[in-house]
Design a protein. Structure first.
Length: 115
């Protein structure tokens, strides 16, 4: 989880650590410095809801993978394989048929963080 001037990353395998590190590194610019207006002012003490999280996180996810290619940690084929897996995951979720990207943005806080 990222905060104003740091991030905490927990990973059980090296590949997960590399991916998460690349993702959080790109957050230095995207979302931390360049962010949707709904996230202003930033309050790290609570959830901050925005309908545009799908875009902010989607761009970050794309550049996470692109960064791994640019650093030589991934081949172009790994990038395309990862991209295809992400697309298949999204398309395999039943909610993509009835829930908009904006609604998914609002529900993102419920997905990975226990209540």
């Amino acid at each position: 989880m990222e905060h104003a001037n740091c991030t905490a990353i927990s990973a059980s395998v090296l590949a997960e650590l590399v991916n998460t590190s690349a993702h959080e590194f790109f957050h230095l610019w995207n979302v931390k410095r360049i962010r949707p207006q709904a996230l202003e002012p930033v309050d790290y003490t609570k959830e901050m809801y925005t309908r545009s999280l799908w875009f902010a996180e989607g761009v970050t996810d794309t550049y996470e993978a692109y960064t791994l290619v640019r650093t030589g940690l991934w081949s172009a084929q790994q990038f395309y394989t990862d991209f295809a897996a992400r697309m298949n995951e999204v398309e395999g979720r039943p909610a993509h048929r009835w829930q908009s990207a904006e609604q998914s943005s609002l529900d993102a806080w419920l997905e990975k963080y226990p209540l």
